[in-house]
Write a protein that binds this ligand. Structure first.
Ligand code: 7TS
Length: 407
């Protein structure tokens, strides 16, 4: 069992009063998580003590900065059980990681008529890069349907596989429905027809144990800022053989071995994929975040969030006119999107904010999924290990208040 009250002490922002003196109830970690002192202090200390550019100086600070940057990569490698740090590429975020694959692998491996399979529950980050290739190269996009319950329709997927896709790209966990998809099963089926597999792990790596070797995926993308780390840095995991073979994404300093007026030789992994001065302090903060999460334990985090989700679902179904999207707690993570009959999600969020309760409203960058369910938008509460049952109670009381205000 997590000692949530003790863990909350690590997050200065959770002590903040917002709006008319109400204590913050932060129920929006799906958008971005809050940051513990361990991360804030690591970045602060880096700037105070070791700030320098990396991989290019011989002076002490340059060596320290390089060591810190690479030590963080080593921790991230272990955290998702990659084979080696050469498979861990720093990017800006999940979005950039997916764009890197679309740009480099997509443009060198796909041609007109090739099929790429996505799902109806994707974040725009895993839709638009492929739509861009659709217009540019004439690839064909197919979508695994989402059932009424909010699960992937695997029977329909098996039929889609008969079209011999080149790639299957899908989210590990939906940022709206909370659905946790059977990644290993989807990947095995994809590989059986020779397709590559890319997984959007933006919502899974922060909330459950992830082992990329056990899942046997080709690419896996995630962001630091949703897992207690800073904004501006993310990861693309890729199997070494693909990362070696693919043409570079961005060209410039650090990603080269040698450059002549008319040619260049790309650097070895992982540096081939990191052109220009990277987010060094952010990498240091990312490493501290991974240490922090590892110390708590990803299983424990998942168990706590499951309990929160179960409790929230129980309480929300009590409220007349409230409809929750997605499956039961057993099949999802700590994301609870809902509608309140006759009241716009933005009004729900705005009124909750008056009592310090932070939730998100809108289509959550998953507009096609909302279209599928015939709604323009939803309200969404999401949980992390620092959330409490009392905050769920405040959410529920807040929704009753919203209903009262709107008659
Ligand atoms: N994929 C999923 C499943 C996501 O939830 C998000 C962000 C992204 C990709 C993009 O991550 P980024 O770090 O590149 O921006 N999701 C959300 C959200 O649900 N509310 O705000 C951001």
């Amino acid at each position: 069992m997590l000692n949530v009250e003790i863990l909350r002490e690590d997050f200065p922002i959770l002590k903040r009063a917002v709006q008319e003196g109400s204590l913050l109830a932060y129920l929006d970690s799906t958008a971005t998580s809050q940051k513990p002192l361990a991360v804030i202090d690591a970045m602060n200390e880096y700037y105070r003590r070791s700030n320098s550019n990396i991989h290019r100086g011989v002076h002490t600070l340059a060596e320290e900065a390089t060591a810190l940057y690479e030590a963080a990569r080593d921790r991230i490698t272990k955290f998702i059980n990659a084979v080696s740090a050469r498979e861990i590429i720093y990017t800006r975020n999940t979005t950039e990681s997916i764009n890197l694959v679309a740009y480099s692998w997509g443009r060198s491996h796909l041609k007109s008529g090739d099929v790429v399979i996505l799902t109806e529950m994707e974040h725009h980050s895993n839709l638009v890069p492929w739509q861009m290739l659709q217009s540019e190269l004439g690839i064909r996009l197919e979508f695994i349907p989402v059932t009424e319950e909010g699960l992937l329709d695997l029977d329909a997927y098996r039929i889609l596989l008969e079209r011999k896709p080149k790639l299957v790209s899908f989210t590990h966990m939906s940022n709206v429905l909370g659905t946790i998809n059977p990644v290993a099963e989807v990947a095995t089926l994809a590989h059986s027809v020779g397709a590559m597999v890319l997984v959007d792990g933006a919502q899974s790596v922060p909330h459950l144990p992830v082992d990329v070797q056990a899942l046997d995926v080709d690419f896996y993308a995630f962001s630091a800022h949703k897992m207690c780390g800073p904004t501006g840095i993310g990861i693309l995991y890729g199997k070494e053989e693909w990362l070696v073979a693919m043409p570079p994404f961005l060209g410039g300093g650090d990603m080269i071995k040698e450059v002549h007026l008319h040619s260049f030789k790309a650097n070895s992994l992982p540096h081939k994929w990191e052109a220009g001065t990277p987010a060094i302090a952010e990498a240091v903060g990312f490493g501290a975040a991974v240490d922090y999460l590892s110390k708590i334990g990803m299983e424990e985090i998942q168990t706590h969030e499951h309990a929160m989700t179960e409790y929230a679902l129980d309480r929300l179904v009590e409220i007349p006119g409230v409809k929750v999207l997605g499956p039961t707690a057993e099949k999802k993570g700590g994301v609870v999107a809902f509608t309140v009959n006759g009241i716009h999600p933005h009004d729900v969020a705005q009124i909750l904010d008056r009592d310090g309760i932070a939730i998100r409203a809108g289509h959550h960058c998953a507009q096609p999924l909302h279209e599928k369910f015939g709604i323009p938008a939803s309200s969404r509460a999401s949980f992390y290990f620092y959330n409490t049952a009392e905050e769920v109670d405040r959410l529920v009381a807040g929704i009753y208040k919203v209903k009262e205000l709107f008659g």
